[in-house]
Design a protein around this ligand. Structure first.
Ligand code: AMP
Ligand code: GLY
Length: 451
């Protein structure tokens, strides 16, 4: 199977396994489909003890207890973890990482999955990430950063055509505009400097526009070893045919049939060079390094780095992972990752995101969800909960834009895709919206991106 081969090198397989004899109570921070997928995978480990979540979602709260703690408050998380004898804190989203939650938890001598605030700048500042890439000599789009609006507008006019405008800081996935014209780019620059993204937009990065299929390569690292996970491909645009505005991700599959072995090696090598550069700068990166790549005619080029697992990439990657996720997370924290082999199920995974009508714009909440049990009764289907909540009567209602990630495993890509859509049909809530073409382009082969 065309897969990332990370985790199967002989020296990784030969060594002693991580041994934990006592049960490990876990606090998992976050509330998306990514966190539900992590929680389900962690729960498979025989050594998992009590599961806590903050804040969690409808699906997560069916299997874990809610921790009354602000996930973005480093000291509060560390104190909660100490008081409740938590032996592993897992950080799903970027905001707690950038806020320094991992630092506070580790300072309290509690194992943590997720990088320090220093390391999380790879996601928290696009300018920081670009500088690291430049120093590491890895391929990425040509770029310039500006804190002055007039200078930035001057540069956009000088480029005189398509370009990409990015708010430097965290903007919940909304800070990037792929502008087809100078006017569109200028409007994006103005909106950043006029405060659309607050402080995150006070520095603006302008980039050359790259062309090609995208590919996500998530990798685990303990600061020294880097183990690439299986490659995956997200669908960022809201509408069929890759039209409409960018979203957090509308559907995903893994592995990626159109990616070559050579490209997989190149992407992993890029990540290793970035990790080595961070190490050289005295930054100890432990957790998931997520490389977002464009597979250009000149080879893979980096679009962005994230300091966490992808959402919805995690849903397909962890559905196929054979390894014990608890072992893997603890190994990332304590520097023994090399001891952890990672194998993959010989299956294809496709996940379709069911959203509330209107997403990524405004949408209504509180709609009753039905049919999840019927969908999961299909062999090979897992429904990860994202933007949902438990109503007082215990029923599930919508509470976010991306509501459910309907995920299917199959022996072929087509089988997994067909099964995912069959399961989507069985689930219902008012305003249920989804793309009907997840994976369709990949089925047509690499040529489908040549237009
Ligand atoms: P980012 O958050 O930087 O990954 O950007 C979000 C999305 O914008 C990416 O997944 C791409 O679809 C698109 N994008 C970002 N940078 C570029 C670029 N240099 N060229 C073309 N598309 C881009
Ligand atoms: N799926 C895109 C992300 O997690 O950033």
């Amino acid at each position: 199977m065309n897969d990332s081969r990370g985790g199967v090198s002989p020296d990784m397989l030969g060594r002693a396994k991580h041994v934990i004899t006592t049960k490990v109570d876990i606090l998992l921070l976050g509330s998306g489909g990514r966190e539900h997928a992590m929680l389900k995978k962690l729960a498979e480990s025989p050594r998992v003890g009590k599961l806590w979540v903050a804040p969690g979602n409808g699906g997560m709260l069916q299997m874990a207890e809610k921790a009354d703690v602000d996930p973005n408050d480093p000291e509060a998380v560390a104190t909660f973890a100490k008081e409740h004898h938590i032996r592993l804190v897992v950080i799903g989203p970027e905001a707690p990482l950038v806020a320094g939650v991992a630092d506070a938890v580790r300072a309290a001598h509690i194992p943590c999955f997720g990088p320090s605030a220093d390391a999380a700048q790879m996601e928290g500042s696009k300018e920081f990430a670009k500088k690291v890439m430049e120093k590491a000599g890895v391929p990425t789009a040509a770029w310039k950063a500006f804190t002055d609006q007039a200078a930035c507008e001057g540069y956009v006019r000088e480029l005189g055509g398509p370009c990409v405008v990015k708010a430097d800081g965290l903007a919940a996935g909304k800070g990037v505009v792929v502008a087809q014209s100078t006017d569109e780019a200028l409007a994006a620059v103005r909106s950043c400097f006029e405060g659309a993204f607050g402080e995150a937009g006070s520095t603006v990065v302008v980039e050359e526009m790259l062309k090609g299929p995208e590919c996500s390569l998530l990798a685990l690292t303990d600061g020294k070893a880097l183990v690439p996970l299986a490659a995956s491909q997200d669908h960022k645009r809201a509408l069929d045919g890759d039209l409409g505005p960018n979203t957090g991700g509308m559907g995903v599959y893994s592995p990626v049939p159109i990616v070559t072995e050579e490209e997989l090696d190149q992407m992993a090598e890029i990540e290793r060079r970035v990790l080595a550069e961070l190490h050289h700068e005295g930054i100890d990166y432990r957790g998931c390094l997520y490389g977002g790549f464009m597979l250009t005619k000149d080879g893979p080029k980096v679009l962005e780095f994230n300091a966490r697992f992808g959402d919805p990439e995690t849903q397909v990657v962890l559905s196929r992972m054979e390894a014990d996720l608890l072992d893997v997370f603890l190994a990332c924290d304590d520097g023994t990752l090399m001891n952890e082999p990672i194998d993959w199920k010989e299956k294809w995974a496709v996940s379709v995101v069911l959203t509330s009508a209107g997403y990524p714009g405004s949408y209504e909440k509180g709609k009753r969800i039905t049919g999840i049990e019927d969908a999961e009764a299909l062999d090979g289907v897992i429904v990860y909960h994202a933007g949902d909540a438990l109503a007082e009567d215990g029923s599930l209602v919508t509470s976010g834009g991306r509501v459910l990630d309907v995920t299917a495993l199959g022996d072929t890509f087509e089988a997994a895709r067909d099964l995912a859509y069959k399961a989507c049909d069985l689930i219902d809530f008012e305003g249920k919206t989804y793309r009907s073409d997840i994976g369709l382009r990949a089925l047509r082969g690499r040529g489908a991106w040549e237009v």
